[in-house]
Design a protein around this ligand. Structure first.
Ligand SMILES: [Zn+2]
Length: 166
């Protein structure tokens, strides 16, 4: 499980290679702070291709179940993770804006000869997490009063931010 697959991004895309794997949640250090428990694993598939305009693309598909932390009761919140995203390989940070096609605004990642697949997977998982995971009110272990206070507080904030936009 400590295996860290590494790919040469552009070659991987040009040759349309595919890599499948499983990674334990406990092997994803940056993800840990979002998790109630690091038990479990996620499955991932990385596949390379070239876009119509010749850009090197890595497609990441990630699947698994995470135990996130409910923002209301701080208990375990089971979350089905299903990610399918395209990453465009670029030569350096800051691709000129005129090269970015707004219609298919892809996330860009700097191409490298030894890209750590697990880091890419971890990054995509973190980007794909819900901002504020919460149980449904009737499934949350916080009952009544405190839950309502917290809800009232967060809706007061959203009213405030809505007002600011006016
Ligand atoms: Zn809860």
């Amino acid at each position: 499980m400590s295996e860290q697959p590494v790919i040469d991004g552009k070659t991987f895309a040009r040759k349309a290679l595919v890599l499948n794997g499983v990674v334990a949640l406990s092997a994803l250090p940056r993800l840990k702070e979002y998790l109630f428990s690091t038990e479990g694993e996620v499955h991932y598939t990385v596949s390379g291709r070239l876009s119509d305009s010749g850009a090197a693309i890595l497609h990441l598909a990630i699947d698994g179940v995470l135990a996130l932390i409910c923002q209301r009761c701080l208990g375990a919140y089971s979350y089905r993770l299903q990610i399918a995203s395209d990453l465009e390989l670029v030569d350096s940070e800051g691709t000129p804006m005129d090269q970015v096609d707004e219609d298919e605004a892809l996330d860009a990642v700097v191409a490298d000869k030894d890209m750590n697949v697990i880091s890419l997977v971890e990054e995509e998982i973190i980007l794909g997490l819900p901002m504020s995971p919460k149980h449904e009110a009737d499934a949350c272990s916080i009952d009544g009063a405190l839950g309502q206070v917290l809800d009232a507080k967060s809706s007061a904030f959203s009213v405030l931010s809505a007002l600011k936009k006016i």
